[in-house]
Design a protein around this ligand. Sequence first.
Ligand code: NAD
Length: 437
Amino acid sequence: MSFDSGFHLKGMAMTLNDFSKVLNYIDGERIPSLSGETLDNYEPATGQLLGTLPDSKSEDVDLAVSAAKKAQKAWGELSPEVRGYHLENLAQGIEDHIAEFALAESTDNGKPISVSKGLDIPRAAANLRFFAGAARYQSEEAFRTRLPGDDLLNVTVSRPVGIAGCISPWNLPLYLFTWKIAPALAAGCTVVGKPSEITPLTADLLARVAIHVGFPPGVLNIVHGTGPSVGSAIVGHSEIPAISFTGGTATGAAMAHQSAPLFKKSLLELGGKNPTIIFDDAPLDSAVEGAFRAAFSNQGQICLCGSRILVHKNIIDDVTESLLKKISEMVIGDPLNENTMMGALVSENHLKKVESCLQTAREEGGKILTGGERFSPEGRCADGYFLTPALINGLPHSAKTNQEEIFGPVASLIPFSNEEEAFLQERIYALEEVLFG
Ligand code: NAD
């Protein structure tokens, strides 16, 4: 098997606006699961069925692995330059169709179209370009060992490890899928990728772009389906020596448990519970703006969201008032409207999970100052999974609400009196994380 030096068929017609049928992408072709079984895919902003995706099983993963294995040698032997051209063709294919990709992302995930257009999709293309460049300019290390009577030069040689299994979550679907696959492809690995079953659309559009730009068959394979069937089959597969995963901490722990005895190389990017700390000498407007954006961007569904806001007690009343004002001015509604600031949560299950976290906050004695209510916009989004942004106070650091990831539009205010107290709480939190998980 050999590949040419890369080309780009710019301007040819390609259908990217049909969301009804997501397919697997194996050996350069879009195909259904071998069993023909499918899962339903819903639009979070309307609660309506969007279409189906393959409900793949281990046999589909096997098929993808054999395609990836067949393509691996030729791909790994290409120069980084040429692999870079292929990745840049994919990036260009995305950039040529930003509007269609953004529409698909917001429809599938519920995030505002301005975020998809301005951040998620451009960043997905940038990921491919970044790793195309990084592989081109990667230097290899040499170091010298001088012993009596001997002078040795040791050289580090980077070689592709083989097939990489890349598994990604739903909150930044194409952005994080490309963040997983791009470094593996640039390094000369072939890939069996699994996007989240909750947001499969843009990975399917990427497959259509890959076919369109002549991306080499078998190098990138995409298998859709659930974590327990497809994800677990990838993690446990004997022909996949490396796993790159982004997702929840509990899933990461289960994967580490499965892959550690197989001595796989694994990269796990997991959950977060981050503090924003505002001191009393901070410029109030920009500090509040930063805390607000950190807490509520992407409906609070980002691993690095600032979901705990630690505020010096001298200014906590002012900060609270400013945050409440900003929350009250937020435009919540149809993610496809350009002026929407907060869209829908990703699924009904996730909405219920966030609501149960708010119930926990109430039971712990927290006061919900605003929000946390279901919201029904007028028109096509009346049955969507909307929740008004919530601001809580009155809970100590140790409360479950302040310790566990909520991953929704919920922020908790925690006062502190001085730097030592703020950092001590943070150190205790970090220590508890290390000791007790
Ligand atoms: P998740 O862990 O439920 O799912 C992530 C992916 O893993 C999905 O593709 C899923 O199908 C798959 N999966 C589930 N069970 C599996 C199993 N047993 N074996 C293999 N694969 C399995 O996470 P999610 O709900 O999709 O995403 C939200 C989480 O992701 C949050 O905790 C968030 O903090 C985290 N996240 C972390 C980062 C980061 O960079 N650290 C970035 C984004 C999201």
